[in-house]
Write a protein that binds this ligand. Structure first.
Ligand SMILES: Cc1cc2nc3c(=O)[nH]c(=O)nc-3n(C[C@H](O)[C@H](O)[C@H](O)COP(=O)(O)OP(=O)(O)OC[C@H]3O[C@@H](n4cnc5c(N)ncnc54)[C@H](O)[C@@H]3O)c2cc1C
Length: 512
């Protein structure tokens, strides 16, 4: 039987997630080793009609950015001991607690990868599926949803479901509400609802409120033959957005035509001018020896995949001669020509596939921005006001509306006098506007700006909740209500209660 542990030093490890939501406290911790252990603990919880009832919060690596992995008096069910890992042909079966880094390492050894992994590789298989995580390469490969071939899920009553995609429809287990999800590349906003949907899809993105995902079977892909990474400073945001639009169109054409010389972009990340200022203030550009011209309005980080034939060519030679009129056609030449057309080639730096150190430096530059902003928030909280905390959004629109969204975003935050840094996954139309607050008032004004931006994003056909989920964050829960209306929320809550009538699983997560 799974043991409930209550040693204060052990419980202290589980009281926070990456959102630093205040006030976390737990009734105990269980660390099951098997699916049967998970089932046993949930059966015990279901049997206690209370009070005191048992509420169970499942956690993986607690890298949640929404407070969804912060316990509030719950028994924490940690998946850290669910660590079986097995490659099965073109699939990989992972216990919920296996980190994405361990999955990447195991797959790399056999020449494969899991393309949609989020930026943080310390996240677990179960957590990534429970939040329907997405990554930089979602532009080409979709979100984690498209890569889940099956799951083992334990329901609130302890029943174990072994689900394989294609075998069982969700409607065979629950009554599905008639909700219309926004049509965007990623949407982690409450429950996934679609006509004739697979039961596997109901649990993906359900943030631990419908069941405990104990094991996941992922599809995998062969590693690309080679990848180039380009760091491209562009003078202003509008030009940067037009450049991305052309890159997206070129990549989509390459996928259609399989042109070996086509531009095959899997990801474009971006950092805005304030993010670049954070990098400069923290000396990251100097440390990494990366030159960003003073007039940079946006930095694009482009990942270009090469086909086996393109990868076997002399890439140095191609790069050297990319501007020559008589240079041979190649993906690199086409990329350089496109950058040149937007005045962005001169300042671009391209790391060829063998230059892994440089590609890692580009990633470090990108990651330094959220880290630098989070550090500023924490300092302001310590030095100015404990009521200051992270005030950030996660919005997505169909790419055709991206420039509208950015104009609206800039106006809404500027009207409120807020210091704003924006970065994100521009190839998906997904941004993370983050306030750099100087006072608790900035937090309040920032939340108002996020809600107003959410309304605009919904009107543009987007989702105000793209990839991080909803969690306990009150602003995100309100954004979910604005997306689907109070009736939609009631319908989702009814769905939850039909599977978990005593609300044992993750009360307070997704719904107030
Ligand atoms: C630096 C950084 C970068 C990030 N970048 C990205 C990114 O690019 N894309 C992205 O999508 N996210 C990103 N995130 C957010 C986070 O990493 C992802 O949401 C991740 O998938 C969460 O995994 P986890 O194991 O940490 O889950 P946790 O944080 O522990 O849990 C997240 C939620 O899932 C539930 N849960 C966890 N495990 C299970 C399970 N086995 N069964 C049922 N429910 C479960 C929890 O109850 C909680 O509601 C980032 C976070 C950080 C800190």
């Amino acid at each position: 039987m799974a043991l409930i542990e209550t040693q204060p030093e052990l419980m202290a490890r589980f009281l926070h997630d990456a959102a630093h939501y205040p006030g976390g406290h737990a009734a105990g911790v269980v660390r099951p080793r098997t699916v049967d252990d998970v089932s046993e603990i949930l059966r015990q919880a279901a049997a206690r009609k209370g009070p005191p009832c048992w509420h169970v919060l499942t956690v993986g690596a607690q890298s949640s950015l929404t407070g969804g992995a912060t316990p509030f008096g719950d028994i924490v069910l940690s998946t850290e001991r669910l660590t079986t890992l097995q490659i099965e042909g073109e699939r990989i079966r992972a216990g919920a607690g296996v980190t994405l880094q361990a999955i990447e390492d195991a797959l790399a050894a056999v020449g494969c990868w899991l393309p949609p992994v989020p930026t943080y590789l310390g996240a677990t298989a179960g957590g990534a599926v429970a939040t329907c995580a997405a990554g930089a390469a979602t532009f080409k490969y979709g979100t984690i949803r498209q890569w889940v071939a099956g799951i083992t899920v334990v329901l609130a009553n302890g029943d174990v479901l072994e689900l394989r995609r294609g075998q069982r429809q969700a409607a065979s287990l629950v009554a599905l509400p008639a909700l219309q999800m926004p049509v965007v590349p990623k949407c982690s906003a409450g429950y996934f609802i679609a006509p004739d949907m697979d039961l596997v899809d109901l649990f993906i993105g359900s943030e631990g409120t419908l069941g405990v995902i104990a094991e996941v079977v992922f599809r995998t892909a062969p590693l690309p033959a080679a990848r180039c990474h380009a760091l491209v400073p562009v003078a202003d945001e509008d030009t940067g957005i037009r450049l991305v639009a052309e890159l997206r169109a070129a990549a989509q054409q390459t996928w259609r035509t399989h042109d070996a010389n086509g531009i095959d972009v899997s990801a474009i990340e971006h950092l805005d001018a304030r993010s670049i200022a954070v990098i400069r203030e923290d000396g990251i550009d100097r440390k990494l020896d990366i030159t960003l011209p003073s007039a940079t309005g946006i930095v694009l980080l482009i990942e270009l995949e090469l086909s086996p034939s393109a990868a076997s060519a002399d890439l140095w030679q191609q790069l050297e001669t990319a501007r020559d009129d008589d240079a041979a056609d190649s993906p690199l030449r086409r990329l350089c020509t496109l950058l040149d057309r937007h005045g962005a080639l001169e300042d671009a730096e391209i790391a060829l596939p063998d230059n892994r150190a440089r590609a890692a430096a580009f990633t470090e530059l990108r990651e330094a921005v959220p880290a630098g902003v989070n550090r500023r928030v924490a300092l302001a909280q310590q030095q100015i006001d404990p009521g200051i905390y992270k005030t950030a959004a996660d919005m997505i629109v169909p790419f055709e509306r991206f420039d509208d969204m950015m104009r609206t975003c800039r106006r809404l935050f500027a009207e409120r006098g807020l210091d704003l840094a924006v970065w994100g996954h521009i190839s998906d139309g997904n941004v993370h506007p983050n306030v750099i607050p100087k006072s608790a008032d900035d937090v309040t004004r920032g939340q108002a700006a996020i809600l107003a931006l959410g309304d605009a994003v919904i009107a543009m056909g987007g989702s105000p909740l793209a990839e991080h989920g909803v969690g306990r964050n009150q602003v995100k829960q309100e954004l979910l209500r604005r997306l689907y209306g109070s009736t939609g929320i009631d319908a989702m809550r009814d769905l939850k209660l039909s599977l978990d009538p005593h609300a044992v699983l993750a009360p307070g997560v997704v719904f107030p």
